[in-house]
Ligand binder design. Structure first.
Ligand code: ATP
Ligand code: MG
Length: 565
């Protein structure tokens, strides 16, 4: 029952690239790049950009570079570089030899800057940050030119050299492009190219104390690498004139910047700064907390690379911002796991069942199907014995209409096993049901009655003496509202019940040896994976990846919210 119809997926970038190849632009070559700043872990929004850049390159026989946009020494760390590489690789993409760093171009960028100063297209400005802001003007008012704007080229060159040699303190001078202080586009009002920062860089150490601004570094890095199509998100549309201006002034290879809509996902934050806050303030256990929309978190949660790529393909690439329903992401992972995850039985909230007419010491091995979607997955044996566990909520002492599971005097099927009938209910001193007494019908082995009688309910179960006792973590959405980023304070929208830890779950014995990272379906419950961080040999911990059905669709409906974007 597909919840989301498949439709032809629009991707206007593909059309541009095809057209360029047809016209032999850039000699028909396609070189793209994914340019993360190593100041946090990659999130699902980055996945959209990664898929777009690598897919365009792969589809048209080109290459996609992995370029670390490491121009800001203050927030960048080696740990983030490591995680970014791991995540891109995990998604299944290969950047070949081209692991590149904007910091490798610091000297070339500096030389380009000297070139612009010499041609009268850049100058050293002595105004401080505050003064520069005041001169900048507004959308309605033109900016004012700095008194240093027309200082002689020789003087700017000399000052630029001295900025570089460390003669000046932070913030005392900047290098600015000489464009147009009256431009209606604020980015063109003599943008800053270099600022002074006496801070060590994770790769260049103390070699530099001036660092290039994003707009100055980005386009020139694209050019140096021979990029043909430079894809970025819509907020850079207003930067394109500057991107083009720098390249035209320098007269160097000129890639085409193409803007596309960033991914906004409902119930999700996709801002590294805000995600870092969640980590720093302890709202989650780390960047790889399974509730995080980071690729590391999603991997630990049990998402497959295929599901994320499938999701990115389905949502397409457009020129207009929109919000994608997180249910679409959940759909993609269910779709994948449904086809590939082995089925097992696990009781999360156990209720003891004693089969009174079953011998004390007998153990029967029953054959269970590993994956009805995949005949090659084969079968396994599960042990059946006198004492079992079933799910507490599969029994009702006073069953309402349409409750087809177990109740006093009722008969149900135990999956792959026998029909059982509840004969007695045992309660503790608080009146809580603690045990059921049942009988089984030996003639129903395998799950059907020779006399053709039917039962309406089929329950999962686990043999008590064989059960693996394990911790199971149920994850839910991290935020309660569809647009946490639109809240005054997104932290107020955190879901206090986004994690529920269950300690004494009773799982099928075969799971004892489950490998960290392996993915399973607990029948009737959802998809789970073995946690890669907290599991120990023989003691796996399970994370719920996603429920079997979209339990939020109903909630959203009753609240009158759209469930599809
Ligand atoms: P954030 O706002 O989370 O800090 P960023 O854009 O600063 O993100 P970068 O490391 O600079 O993070 O991003 C690398 C690439 O990923 C850029 O090309 C950027 O446009 C793209 N990207 C970032 N977020 C998204 C998103 N939500 N959807 C699509 N692409 C994105
Ligand atoms: Mg960025």
């Amino acid at each position: 029952m597909p919840e989301i119809e498949s439709k032809p997926v629009p991707n206007f970038v593909r059309n541009i690239v095809k057209e360029d190849i047809k016209n032999n632009k850039h000699d028909g070559k396609v070189i793209t790049r994914f340019p993360p700043e190593p100041n946090g872990f990659l999130h699902i929004g980055h996945a959209k950009s990664i898929c777009l850049n690598f897919d365009m390159a792969n589809e048209f026989g080109g290459n996609c570079n992995l370029r670390f946009d490491d121009t800001n020494p203050v927030k960048e760390e080696e740990e983030y570089v490591r995680s970014i590489k791991e995540d891109v690789r995990w998604l299944g993409f290969d950047w070949g030899e081209t692991e590149l760093y904007a910091s490798d171009y610091f000297q070339q960028l500096f030389d380009y800057a000297v070139q612009l100063v010499k041609s009268g297209r850049a100058y050293v400005d002595d105004l401080n940050a505050q003064e520069i802001r005041e001169h900048r003007g507004t959308l309605k008012q033109p900016g004012r030119e700095s008194p240093y704007r027309d200082r002689p080229v020789e003087e700017s060159l000399d000052l630029l050299e001295k900025m570089r040699s460390g003669d000046f303190p932070d913030g005392s001078k900047v290098l600015r492009a000489k464009v147009d202080m009256a431009s209606p586009n604020l980015n063109m009002r003599d943008p800053i190219m270099y600022r002074i920062l006496h801070t060590a860089h994770h790769r260049t150490g103390d070699d530099w104390c001036i660092y290039p601004m994003y707009d100055w570094a980005h386009g020139q890095s694209d050019s140096i690498e021979g990029i043909t199509h430079s894809m970025c998100t819509l907020e850079f549309e207003d930067h394109r004139p500057l991107y083009d201006w720098f390249l035209d002034q320098l007269g160097i290879h000129h890639p085409q910047q193409i803007e596309f809509a960033r991914l906004n996902l409902s119930y999700t934050i996709t801002s590294k700064r805000k995600l870092l806050n969640l980590v720093d303030q302890g709202h989650v256990s780390g960047w790889d907390d399974p509730r995080m929309p980071t690729l590391a978190g999603m991997r630990r949660r049990g998402f497959t690379p295929w599901s994320i790529r499938d999701f990115c393909e389905r949502i397409g690439v457009a020129k207009r911002d929109s919000m994608v329903d997180v249910a679409q992401l959940e759909y993609s992972v269910r779709d994948d796991l449904n086809r590939h995850a082995s089925r097992v039985m696990g009781v999360l909230d156990p209720l003891r069942v004693v089969i009174e007419n079953y011998p004390e010491d007998k153990v029967d091995e029953l054959q269970a199907i590993n994956n009805p979607e995949d005949p090659d997955a084969g079968t396994r044996n599960v042990p059946f014995s006198r004492v079992l566990y079933i799910e507490k909520k599969d029994f009702r002492e006073d069953p309402p209409r349409k409750f087809f599971r177990l109740g006093p005097g009722r008969e149900v099927r135990l999956r792959y096993a026998y029909f059982i009938t509840c004969t007695d209910v045992i309660k503790d001193e608080h009146g809580e049901v603690v045990e059921l007494r049942c009988t089984y019908d030996p003639a129903t082995r395998g799950g059907s009655a020779p006399d053709g009688r039917k039962v309406k309910g089929t329950l999962h179960w686990v043999s008590a003496q064989h059960a693996l006792e394990a911790e199971v973590r149920l994850y839910d959405r991290l935020f309660l509202v569809p647009s946490p980023a639109a809240e005054d304070d997104y932290l107020n929208a955190l879901n206090p019940n986004s994690l529920e830890i269950l300690q004494n779950c009773k799982l099928e014995s075969g799971l004892r040896g489950a490998e960290p990272g392996s993915r399973l379906q607990f029948e009737r419950q959802g998809y789970f994976c073995v946690d890669t961080v907290d599991s120990a040999p023989g003691k796996p911990v399970f994370n719920r990846t996603v429920t079997l059905r979209d339990s939020w669709a109903k909630i959203a409906q009753t609240q009158g919210q759209p469930t599809k974007s």
